[in-house]
Design a protein around this ligand. Structure first.
Ligand SMILES: NC(=O)c1ccc[n+]([C@@H]2O[C@H](COP(=O)([O-])OP(=O)(O)OC[C@H]3O[C@@H](n4cnc5c(N)ncnc54)[C@H](O)[C@@H]3O)[C@@H](O)[C@H]2O)c1
Ligand SMILES: [Zn+2]
Ligand SMILES: [Zn+2]
Length: 394
């Protein structure tokens, strides 16, 4: 089959690789019909995530048709499914608490050591996202093996377009969980850092959950425009001081809840970001954490911090004093996708959440490397790239 493989920093290629096979009774094989490139994939593309190996197949946002099932899969051939990016068993202690991204059985035994050492405990597996998260082949491919297929994938009713439901695999539940983690109360003012897909779904979700005002922050005019389209007020961090603008917009109090949807590759000419950049490039640091520092600094006293953004390692200059003295709470994590799927599928079907606005580019899988380059180099206009195996080039 054909698949998008990783070969190093800014080097991804579509190649012919072995077809996946059913390895365990709970597996299913999916013929991929749509798969998206995620902001998280850019961290791999930029070489920011350790434990990648040449030839790894990327992709964790995908959907398709069931073509083969193991003896214990509950799926049927011909069904269309969206697959969560988190690989979870559905039966362990954490899955029992619906904390699927903390599943104890998502990682093969031989891949558990790194996360055990780095984080204290191994996490769930992830598709196409380094060997630390299981070394699973991803879904930017013609076919993909889906472990635990009896617990993860959600069956999509006939006649519903891929474009409408594809984002259930990751970014829609991630934006939703980000808003939920912000503990929104009616009347709240919520600030969201980053108007990428995750930030834009967090904006929509926060408003649906009763936020009175949402303030979205970025520097790309088109992405800020999309946030305004959903009713957010916006701050361009290249044109104003974010902290001062937020104080001014909230009567000097600060936002009730802040959401960091940026993550470990923050942009911007800020002192801490420049220092982080130097540390990362000289292997003295791992993450550029400007947005979470700024979010904590700007949040009102007693407020809530939600961090869907991905961080990988260790940071310094963390405003622990402000965090403690202001009595903030922080909630974060890889999304427990399986927990949110039924409710969000219903919301999409009822047109309560708009998903298709985001797609700026649809490309054949064969042009996936171009898709990565576009999404990486032209973030203003390229808001989401969807790859479709078999699509004829435009
Ligand atoms: N928790 C999860 O399960 C989960 C799932 C998916 C994605 N993520 C993470 O969420 C984050 C966002 O994902 P995405 O797909 O929207 O990514 P993206 O790269 O498309 O968007 C990030 C946006 O942040 C903006 N930004 C950069 N620096 C900023 C700053 N200093 N202030 C304000 N905005 C700034 C960028 O201009 C960009 O528009 C990433 O870190 C991604 O890895 C987490
Ligand atoms: Zn993703
Ligand atoms: Zn589990």
């Amino acid at each position: 089959m054909r698949a998008l493989t990783w070969h190093g920093k800014h080097d991804v290629r579509v190649e012919t690789v072995d077809d996946p096979e059913v390895l365990n009774p709970r597996d299913a094989i999916i013929r991929v019909t749509s798969t998206a490139i995620c902001g998280s994939d850019l961290h791999l593309y930029d070489g920011s995530i350790p434990t990648m190996q040449k030839g790894d197949i990327l992709g964790h946002e995908f959907m398709g048709e069931v073509v083969e099932t193991g003896a214990a899969s509950t799926l049927k051939k011909g069904q269309r499914v969206v697959v969560p990016f988190t690989i979870a068993c559905g039966a362990c202690y954490h899955c029992g608490k619906h904390q699927y991204s903390a599943c104890d059985n998502g990682l093969p035994a031989e891949n558990q050591d790194i996360a055990q050492v780095l984080y204290g405990q191994p996490m769930s597996g992830l598709f196409g996202y380094s060997h630390m998260t299981g070394g699973y082949a991803g879904g930017q491919a013609e076919y993909v093996r889906v472990p635990f297929s009896d617990t993860g994938p959600i069956v999509i009713p006939d006649g519903v377009d891929d474009d409408k439901v594809l984002f259930l695999s990751d970014i829609l539940p991630t934006g939703w969980m980000a808003a939920e983690n912000a503990g929104i109360e009616p009347g709240d003012i919520v600030a969201v850092w980053g108007c990428g897909p995750v930030g834009l779904f967090a904006v929509q979700s926060a408003l649906l959950m009763g936020a009175e005002r949402v303030i979205a922050i970025d520097h790309f005019p088109h992405r800020l425009e999309l946030a305004r389209h959903f009713g957010a007020e916006t701050i361009n961090f290249e044109q104003s001081s974010v902290y001062e603008a937020l104080l001014e917009m909230t009567g000097g109090i600060g936002p009730d809840a802040v959401i960091d949807a940026v993550g470990l590759e923050a942009h911007g000419f800020f002192v801490d970001n420049v220092l982080d950049q130097i540390k990362v490039s000289t292997f003295l640091g791992t993450d550029r954490a400007h947005s979470i520092r700024q979010a904590i600094h700007a949040c009102r006293k007693g407020g809530r911090v939600s961090m869907p953004a991905v961080y990988g390692g260790f940071i310094d200059k963390f405003p622990l004093g402000a965090f403690m003295e202001k009595g903030l709470t922080l909630r974060t994590g890889q999304t427990h996708v399986q927990h949110y799927l039924p409710g969000l599928l219903a919301a999409v079907m009822a047109d309560k959440i708009d998903t298709t606005f985001l797609i700026s580019h649809r490309l054949p899988l064969e042009q996936a490397a171009d898709g990565y380059r576009l999404f990486h180099d032209h973030q203003n206009e390229v808001t989401k790239v969807v790859l479709k195996p078999g699509l004829q080039p435009a």
